[in-house]
Design a protein around this ligand. Sequence first.
Ligand code: FAD
Length: 508
Amino acid sequence: MIESEVARRSLIRAVRPDRYSESLLERLVTSHDLAPMPKVAALAFKMMPDAVIRPKEAEEVAEVIQIANSWDIPVTPRGGGSWGFGGAVPNNGGVLLDMTSMDKIISLDAERGIVRVQPGVVWLRLDEWLRRRGYFVPYYPSSAPGATIGGWISTGGVGVGSYKYGAARDNVRSLQVVLPSGRIIDTAHISDSKHPSQFDLTSFFIGSEGSLGIVTSIDLQVYPDPEAFFPASYSFANMDMAYNALAKISEARLKPYHVAFVDDNTFRFLRAMGREAPEVGGMINLVFEGQKAKVDEELKFFDALMTSIGGKRESDAVSHHEWMERSYELRTKKLGTGAVIGEALVPIGETAAVARETLQLVKKMKMSLAVNGYLIDRGTVAFLPYYLTDERRWIKSISSLSFVKKFLDISNAHGGRGVGLGLFMANNVRAMRDVNTVKLLRKIKYDIDPHGRVNGGKTVELKLRFGIRVGPRLFRAGMNALAILKRMYPRDKYDRPVPGGFPGGEHP
Ligand SMILES: Cc1cc2nc3c(=O)[nH]c(=O)nc-3n(C[C@H](O)[C@H](O)[C@H](O)COP(=O)(O)OP(=O)(O)OC[C@H]3O[C@@H](n4cnc5c(N)ncnc54)[C@H](O)[C@@H]3O)c2cc1C
């Protein structure tokens, strides 16, 4: 609850009574994101906001921030809440800005191929809207059915189609941002945004995880709907062969639209749920799009390449199914009642080694894990392991979270880096950037937001409730202790009694 009645009334006036809520249910729903945080975490963080506000326009956001500044109230922006690092979760209560209410698709500039949207628009909806007008958005997170455009940009998004079309940074032309002072800025001039000759601030806000301001409007590059679109899946006897195939694809003169992989454990989990899934050592899913003749040429080329290195072309039905499943990697989370994703960008030549060491770690920590991922450019793999967890067993569940830190250590050691920091991995910034850069990042944060009110205590530093700062040493020691605790438990099983029941089984 917002303590000051005057502040409360001002906040309600800034939006409207029906877009201001202190209901326990709304505050509970917004007190976590994808990561399972047990109640005991409330000792460290006040994750439950005092109020949830749903703004509709940038001016309302600006007014809320100005009021929050007057009353020293923290502000946390939230999109779909589908990220797993606590970026959209308050660390010390305050106002939660639910940006999903800013969900207008404002305009399409067909001549320039630029669509202007509010940040709460969900990717899938934008794609459907564009398709009806002969356009499409070829890059998006695989969480497209629930993730917002503002959320993806703020996490520095990579995703489906990044291999051919690039990441958020390559496709955002301009942003409107409400700064922590409450001022509204445009990061680029629209007529200058494609080939900026002026000081373009857009990139500065991409990947800043809501710590430098609230994104209230986005100009995105979009493309004409392709003439042809074709997925083709290839199975391999084991994952080493599949990782080798990724390297070969990246060396090829042609470039598929999307290159993804799925490991054998994913299929094993699906079978344990009673679903049909191929009994293969691993799968590479290629997708081609563009002019029909070009798609045919690419398919022929990659068909020859993949079969020459041990791949078996799966039927069109399997390929189509794999493509349609691209947004549902976590279907198998039902097996454990929860799942946690680690996400790292790994140099392509190191993928097999990172996978091997991650599986060794999983064995030591007695966990159940599957891996999928995709190429984001010719040299980099987005490597996404996820483990099953039982959120009802909170000590075990919280001790499992140390896997994410340990997995990031493995990828760092191989020249990779984690995707994002948020609240839980904020201390990892020291492992990802040199000390001078971290100092500069913190300086920028505090120059723009002197009291650290907008998504403070995250991303460039870790602060607990009441403003207590936790350094990386303490964080590392805590994570190591949790990992040791996890090893003391019996091996994870995924045959928990789940309503509806699964056949279940033990991780190999
Ligand atoms: C099954 C699954 C697949 C996934 N696949 C991918 C993938 O392919 N690529 C990928 O990058 N990620 C992926 N993710 C992670 C996550 O879904 C994405 O990062 C997603 O884009 C986050 O969007 P969101 O709207 O849920 O953001 P949230 O989780 O709500 O927020 C993420 C961060 O952005 C900030 N934020 C949100 N809105 C704003 C705003 N308007 N202004 C300023 N800051 C804001 C929040 O404070 C927070 O720090 C996946 C997750 C799942 C569950």
